[in-house]
Design a protein around this ligand. Sequence first.
Ligand code: SF4
Ligand code: SF4
Length: 443
Amino acid sequence: MKADEVIRKVYEAGVVGAGGAGFPTHVKLQARKIDTYLINGAECEPLLAGDQHLMREKAAFLQNAAETVRGALGAERALFVIKKKHVAERQALEAAGAAVAVMGDYYPAGDEVILIEEVTGRIVPEGGLPLAVGVVVNNVETLYNIGRALEGIPVTRSWVTVSGAVREPGLWLVPLGTPASKLLELAGGPTEDDPWYVDGGPMTGPYHREPDFLVTKTSNALLVLPGRSALVRYETMDLERMIRQARFACIQCNQCTVACSRNLAGYNLEPHRIMRAMAYPEQRTEAVLRQAFLCSDCNLCSGLHACPMQLSPRRVNQELKKALRSQGVTPDFPAREIRPHPMRPYRLASTNRLLFRLGLAGYDGHPPFRGEVAVDEVFLPLRQHLGAPCLPLVAVGDVVDEGQVVGEPPEGALGAPLHASLAGRVEEVSERGLKIRSIRTEG
Ligand code: SF4
Ligand code: SF4
């Protein structure tokens, strides 16, 4: 299939990166001078199971899609990158004729900067993109959605792992716009008196007091964690308090920098210096604060793994990034030769050890695939990707088919179209999104 046709089909199906911030995939596929196409199957965050399921059960489909994308990019090779422990996934992919590269079982193996360095030996420039080193990366679910797009099927479902403190953990295929509360109900409800709900993986997903968020194109997990866990304490700590602590409790021991995954990859990111800059305004140069742009949010620097004073440089970095962007500061860094830290192989954070430290070891395992979720109502947010939110193409009272285009990005803006995940009548159109109710349930 010609590159233009692949890109058109991927755009029309509304494919965006399923594992991260939702970068529109058709834009990535426009890259040229690419020699390597990597499919990220590292399933980086603990407890997630969707990509592993797809690699085991849809290996041939994924391999076909990967070959088409490789051809469209003009790349010499397409490689699935998975963890060594995922033996069944490797066997399924290799049986389908796929080339597989294997990584150790550490966190955050799925960070694109780290994945690319491990597989190709190339280091993405600070503040740069993988295409600067001739590489395009998609994660496994994104590739699955690309494969469906090539058959003319739009993105209307996400694969969502429900795990943690629930009675019946599992993996479900879920219509976009389904509330997390529905998934919780399917998983038998929480087993804890004081549950918190994570929209994603335990290290990076936002934490919620109520299961009132929605499944979107970038959803991959609903985790239920006890309110007493250290994870919940960190992720829900009042930000003012966190910044105050950064000022008064940081002993400049440097452990956050020793453990920092991006520092180990060779980036000029030293979270202890950022923390010092927060404590002492005279040390607060733009050069130090801008280091926050190099942070991947992996969370290894916090007291969950590194900091003996129970601080979270990661949360400080998150705030700094927002503040710098609002002042118009851009994440540009001068070109320089980057080499991984010589101690990197000895400082990798084992996923198993991390699971024990986080108190999540009891939840690990392979939750079974429990099927496709049926719903009578969905609420589709108009923003499900990076760039501009979609503009609605329907009005209240319209009847839509499943898969019909119901939203499109503004002309010329970065984005991807949105499709109805349920056949029914449009009941609400607002800035937030579209409510669609199945006609079956109309009284
Ligand atoms: S590990 Fe904690 S106490 Fe040590 S320098 Fe980093 S933030 Fe400060
Ligand atoms: S979250 Fe912390 S450890 Fe991870 S990249 Fe950012 S500063 Fe480094």
